[in-house]
Design a protein around this ligand. Structure first.
Ligand code: SF4
Ligand code: SF4
Length: 452
């Protein structure tokens, strides 16, 4: 079984919500749709208080090359446009919409009919992906249309569909692989057409055998009716965290290594998550914008494990109340997994396109043990999937040595947390490295930024 060659750890996978079918969450009375749901410039809001909107209608336009359309996820009346706090408490422009009925904008196919024919016109496919606001749902929320159009001189020869879902607790990708496998494979075939590649590999970890079976069935079924599906195959991967990291997945499947500060396209690869592939299917085959997504709600202390289909802009507190409220022994709520997720400091914050999970952790699970001195065991360096020396980066960061940090490639850190997970001295390696990395990247960018 394939896996990446450098570092990695084996946390318990805790997929306790894996058996929960996707249920549709009732639409709340009010949604709050953020204009900053993607990597790059926030979208420009094009609606105002008092406007009537339909589900799937554009309410925000891209503000640059790296930006994305934002659509209303509901029908109703715009009550306000203005700053509202996101999950970390930062003010971000949101559109507040009071829900009235469930009317969809013209030209959107909301039926469940599977559309399998792949359009010849690649511009049509890319335009639909762009116009329907599809962004990468594996964590980065990079606009998908941009990623599918490599810069001049670069060409992909392999498309990798990321079904690893290696973070503990998360099961939304697993459930869509079970319940929407055909749509995901059609999405993969659409991106295969755009990239003009012959090789499409769906990477799935070995702890998800049912997903492997369902996805293989979908490939066999579709390949038997159209040559457009030939060349799509599954690669079962050894379970190891962070298998779903873009660079780790590429190395596991192709043995190609993306260089420091490099991009997957430099080694001829494009990686898209399974949820992105599903969004591409909806966008192209149904002209349906990215207005909902599957969210895992889980945690050892949470009594009602769930995978819910949630309209974008739903307050997190509404989801939690629907499932019975915050458990008494929950000490921390996380958006994402325990390794790479972000703490939610504001439960009234609304979900985004990229929200994949709400995870409850107890005091015992979050309490950090007292930090002691580094014993130079090098466990952090052995665990680092990017081949970095976290103990050294931590020391340099604490001394503010920016040049040395850059020379030691802190900018390559993928913030996976493997170093923190393994350190016997409980040194908060990820915390110091993350902050210093941000500063080093700012310095690197300022060197290449155009002079004003
Ligand atoms: S958080 Fe960064 S330094 Fe630590 S193991 Fe992951 S990639 Fe390496
Ligand atoms: S794992 Fe912790 S104690 Fe060991 S070398 Fe790294 S920082 Fe030091």
């Amino acid at each position: 079984m394939k896996t990446f060659s450098i570092g990695g750890v084996h946390p318990h996978d805790k997929k306790i919500s894996a058996g929960c079918r996707i249920e549709t969450l009732p639409t709340p009375k009010t949604v709050y749709i953020s204009m900053s749901q993607h990597l790059g410039a926030p979208a420009n809001c094009i609606v105002a208080a008092g406007d009537k909107v339909k589900a799937g209608q554009v309410i925000g336009e891209p503000a640059g090359f790296i930006s994305a359309y934002v659509h209303s996820s509901v029908s109703g009346t715009v009550k306000s446009v203005g700053p509202r706090k996101d999950i970390t408490g930062n003010p971000v422009t949101h559109v507040e919409i009071e829900v009235e009925g469930d009317e969809w904008a013209e030209g959107i196919d909301t039926s469940a009919t599977l559309v399998t024919s792949i359009p010849e016109d690649t511009k049509f496919i890319v335009d639909r992906i762009k116009n329907n606001g599809v962004v990468g749902l594996g964590g980065a929320t990079f606009p998908t249309n941009v990623k599918l159009c490599p810069p001049p001189g670069k060409k992909a020869d392999i498309l990798i569909i990321n079904g690893a879902e290696c973070e503990p607790y998360l099961t939304s990708d697993y459930r869509i692989m079970l319940e929407k496998s055909r749509q995901i494979i059609v999405g993969a075939a659409l991106m295969k057409r755009v990239l003009d590649v012959q090789d499409v590999v769906v990477g799935i970890e070995s702890n998800k055998p049912e997903a492997v079976t369902e996805m293989q069935k979908a490939i066999d079924e579709l390949a038997s009716v159209s040559a457009d599906y030939k060349g799509i195959r599954i690669q079962v991967l050894k379970k190891k965290y962070p298998q779903g990291g873009e660079k780790q997945l590429i190395e596991a499947i192709t043995r190609r290594q993306v260089k420091s500060m490099g991009l997957p396209i430099d080694v001829g690869a494009v990686v898209q998550n399974v949820a992105t592939s599903l969004a591409v299917y909806d966008a192209v085959q149904k002209n349906r914008p990215l207005v909902d997504n599957t969210v895992t709600v889980t945690g050892d202390c949470f009594p009602k494990q769930s995978n819910l289909l949630v309209r974008v802009g739903t307050p997190i507190s509404y989801i939690i109340d629907f499932l019975g409220g915050v458990p008494a022994d929950a000490a921390k709520v996380i958006s994402g997994g325990p390794m790479m997720g972000k703490a939610i400091s504001n439960l009234d914050a609304a979900t985004l396109k990229g929200t994949s999970s709400v995870l409850f952790l107890t005091e015992a699970q979050t309490k950090r043990k007292p930090e002691s001195n580094c014993i130079r065991c090098a466990k952090c360096a052995e665990a680092c999937p990017m081949g970095l020396e976290p103990f050294l980066l931590n020391k340099l960061a604490r001394n503010g040595m920016m040049d040395e940090l850059e020379k030691n490639a802190i900018q390559d850190c993928i913030e996976c947390g493997c170093c923190l997970y393994t350190c016997p001295a409980n040194i908060p390696l990820l915390d110091t490295i993350r902050v210093a990395k941000g500063e080093v990247i700012r310095i690197i960018r300022s060197r290449t930024a155009p002079k004003k």
